[in-house]
Design a protein. Structure first.
Length: 213
């Protein structure tokens, strides 16, 4: 499948799953020395391969169209994180609710480790599309594959589009579970040692064993 079509399909998938609504959120996919990003004001109904915008890592447009207002955030993540090949930004309900409380997602469940650490940090608030937001998000993403954005939403990155989408989906579900647990009482958090053991297990989870010589 063409990379641009895969990006459109992922955008529609997230809308169908309720992680984005209307024109909220944006996705991008690295290609060559730049990346494809969804256009400004994109909606699942109107998005097509031809409407995606190509940018280089200097932020210069390589194709017609107006990129998402968050293009700088995507560009800065790709520049700082060479292992990232795809980025998903959502305004999904539960992640955004927790972000509006300006709270991190703690180690209440072992699957929090899917984002690469014992918690999912919440980046301080900054105006969308600004250098300040990029700086806040890059700090919150240090050694992580996802973070919340205060009063804004969620961002996730992956080695491919499938991983970035999967992380965004899982963190959204975990935020919902955490908020529900908080309504019932005080969630019991896993210890640092317990999360370290999970992270060690995740390092090889789903990978085929190395061939014996």
């Amino acid at each position: 499948m063409d990379d641009r079509q895969a990006l459109c399909d992922a955008y529609r998938y997230l809308a169908e799953r309720g992680l984005n609504r209307g024109c909220t959120g944006n996705l991008s996919l690295r290609h060559g020395d730049g990346f494809w990003i969804t256009p400004s004001g994109a909606s699942a109904a109107r998005l097509a391969s031809a409407t995606l915008v190509s940018l280089d890592l200097a932020g210069e447009s390589l194709s017609p169209g107006r990129p998402s207002s968050e293009w700088r955030l995507h560009r800065d993540i790709y520049t700082a994180r060479p292992e990232a090949a795809a980025i998903v930004h959502t305004h999904s309900p539960h992640a955004t609710a927790l972000a509006c409380l300006r709270r991190a997602l703690p180690a209440f469940h072992y699957m929090v480790a899917i984002a690469g650490g014992p918690d999912v940090r919440c980046a301080p608030y900054a105006l969308f599309g600004t250098e300040d937001l990029s700086a806040a998000v890059l700090a919150a993403l240090d050694d992580r594959k996802a973070c919340l954005l205060a009063n804004h939403g969620l961002i996730a990155l992956g080695a491919d589009l499938e991983e970035a989408v999967a992380i965004a989906e899982e963190i959204e579900a975990l935020c919902g579970q955490y908020l529900a647990a908080c309504e019932a009482g005080e969630p019991v958090l896993l210890t640092g040692d317990e999360m370290a053991a999970v992270l060690a297990r995740f390092a090889t989870y789903g990978r085929a064993p190395a061939a014996e010589e």
